[in-house]
Design a protein. Structure first.
Ligand code: HSE
Length: 385
């Protein structure tokens, strides 16, 4: 099968190398699209997307550029030209899921995206399979390797936030713009895409409230240690009558749950079904080799004439809602706290007072943190899981 790569960053390079290393599968990269500012790295390189779209010898396009545009336009053009698409692009998929699935079906080609959630973990394909015989009621977990790497280093080594983020970027874990990782937007896209796959309807990612880890302090982490808790960034979604409740936020876990034992770039993503109960998927959620492995699996499946993603028919869309999701929080802020928020005051830190809150809605806590930060105040919140 002749394929073209769109993008030659960490995942593109990894896929190219893996296709050579495991050449017995007959996956041959014959063209690589790169942007004009990219230096010449390969003879296969082109700056003109039409060299790929109009080349009838190319069966399948692997989109590993990331971002919404121009990736979305290129993927649409490839599908219309009756080329299969394999993509790791969770942002693009979460924004245009319905349209992309329809376009692939109308043109009789495959679109597959194992690498879009969980890096090398076979989570999405399993989620699709389980939906054939069971009903998924909830899903979520640790879905971002970069933030887990940072939180682990802060917890285990007392490492500095900014330095550890730089290391994650150098290792190829972080997004091109790491804001997406640390502000929870990468998890938001992965969560919305997982909801699309699980519930067969498109969830609007912009409606999923997201708090990240940008404002966590070393003193917060020291308090968590004293309490015997470990902080992780999580995404969570639950089926509701209207569609789904979904949100992204830091959360605190006791030592005896799977999330606490997942360190470094590890992810643990789970779903709970009516008959099957809960299934947990552990593994490396970011980096060249895990992500390229997932891309290669999709390519090999397609070359064999099938794709785990062919079941992904999408019937309409809905707006996720977290208004009725409630729990207690760790909150540290220098702003006055609304009446009824505080259950216990933990003490003073250099960046405000630390509290355990009463049971609050996700909506109320996210609104408080966002408003405090917007006014120039300090605030960090983590759910008591
Ligand atoms: N930046 C992402 C992460 C890459 O750290 O998980 C994998 O999606």
């Amino acid at each position: 099968m002749k394929i073209a790569l769109l993008g030659f960053g960490t995942v593109g390079k990894g896929t190219y190398e893996l296709s050579l290393l495991r050449s017995e599968h007959g996956i041959e990269v014959t063209r690589v699209f790169v942007r004009r500012d990219h230096k010449r790295v390969l003879d296969l390189q082109t700056y003109d997307i039409n060299d790929i779209i109009s080349d009838p010898s190319i069966d399948t396009v692997v989109e590993v550029m990331g971002g919404d545009e121009p990736a979305f336009s290129y993927v649409k053009a490839a599908l219309r030209a009756k080329k299969n698409v394999v993509t790791a692009n969770k942002l693009m998929l979460s924004l245009h899921y319905e349209e992309l699935i329809s376009l692939a079906r109308e043109n009789g080609v495959h679109i597959a995206f194992s690498a879009a959630v969980g890096g090398g973990i076979p989570f999405l394909a399993s989620l699709l399979r389980v939906g054939r015989v069971d009903t998924v009621d909830s899903l979520g977990g640790i879905m971002n390797g970069t933030t887990n790497y940072i939180l682990t280093a802060m917890q285990q080594e007392g490492a500095d936030f900014v330095e550890t983020l730089k290391k994650a970027q150098q290792m190829g874990y972080a997004e091109a713009d790491p804001t997406a990782d640390i502000d929870g937007l990468d998890v938001r896209a992965k969560l919305a895409l997982s909801v699309d796959v699980a519930f067969g309807k498109m969830a609007d990612p912009a409606a999923v409230p997201a708090l990240g880890i940008r404002h966590i302090s070393a003193e917060d982490v020291a308090i968590f240690k004293q309490l015997g808790l470990i902080c992780r960034l999580i995404g969570k979604a639950e089926r509701t009558v209207k569609g789904a409740a979904a949100y992204v936020e830091p959360a605190l876990f006791g030592q005896d749950v799977p999330e606490a034992g997942v360190n470094g770039t590890g992810n643990v993503i789970s779903y709970r079904c009516r008959r099957l109960g809960m299934q947990n998927f552990f593994g490396l959620g970011a980096g060249m080799n895990p992500t390229a492995s997932a891309v290669m699996h999709d390519l090999i499946d397609i070359s064999l004439g099938f794709s785990a993603f062919d079941l992904a028919a999408c019937k309409g869309s809905f707006v996720p809602d977290a208004a009725e999701s409630v729990h207690g929080y760790y909150l540290r802020t220098d702003a006055p706290v609304p009446a009824g928020f505080v259950s216990r005051t933990l003490g003073e830190t250099a960046e405000g007072t630390a509290y355990i809150t009463t049971t609050l809605s996700v909506e109320a806590m996210h609104a408080f943190v966002n408003e405090t930060l917007a006014k120039g105040g300090k605030a960090f919140a983590a759910a008591l899981a």
